[in-house]
Design a protein around this ligand. Sequence first.
Ligand SMILES: [Fe+2]
Length: 254
Amino acid sequence: MIDLHCHLLPNIDDGSRSAEQSAAVLEEFARAGVTDVILTPHLAASQMSLDGDRAVERREEAFQILQRRAPPRIRLALGFEIMLDQPLPVLAMGDRRFALAGSRYYLVEFPLSIVPQFATAALSHMVRSGVIPIVAHPERYDACSPVAVSDWRSAGARIQVDATTLTRPHSRGRQARALLEHGLADVVAADNHGDHRSVRTAAEYLKAQGAAAVAARLTTGNPGAVLKDETMQQVDPVALRGGLGDRIARLFGG
Ligand SMILES: [Fe+2]
C-alpha cells in the first residue's frame, strides 16, 4: 500500500514531534504492508509567494533528520498539504516542489466552512493550469455532500478520504462512507500526525465488506499512479453494509 498524506516530518507542523516518533509510525506502517509514504507538511497558499522557498528548505532539513532514523524498507517521497486560503499562485503550479512526489498532483485542503462553489472555482483554476488537485478529507467540511464532491471531480479534481474516518460512527464517518457508496473517492490516506492512524484500517474495513478490489485501488493502484505521475482509475461505487444500499433496501422492505 501507498500512503500519500501524512505529517511525519519531525517538528515542522502539528504532526510528529521527533524523528523517533516518526520512525515508530513508519515501522508500524511497514508491518501493515505500506511500501511508500509521501510526507506532506502543512503549507498555506497565502504563504507560498513570499515564503515558499523557505518552506521547501525547512522540509528538506526535516527530511534529512528523519532519513537517519527511518526504516529503510519504506520509500519516502515529499509533498505538501496546501491550505487553499486563497487560489494557488500560478508560480506554484509550475513548481513541482509543491506537488506530490514531483508529479502533476497537488494535495489541497480548504477551510472547514468552505462554500462548495468557491472550492469548485479554485479547483477548476488549478486544472486549467495543467495540474490535478487532490482534495484531502472532504468529509470534514460542513458542505461535503455527494453533489458537491461530484462537482469537484467533474472539474477535474480527485478525492482523498481519510482511512480511519471510514469506520467512525458519526457525521464525518457517514459522509466518508457516502462518498465511497457513490464512487466519488479516488484514494484513501492515513493523514497520520505521529499517532496510530493507518491506511490498513480502510483496507481491512473494505475487505470485510467484500470490496477487496476497491480497497486495492484506493490504497495501492491510485496512490501508485500519483507516484508514477499517471492517470488514476475510476473506483467503482461500493455497497456498504449498514450504508445507503441497506437503508434503501429497508425502506422498500428488502
Ligand atoms: Fe493532513
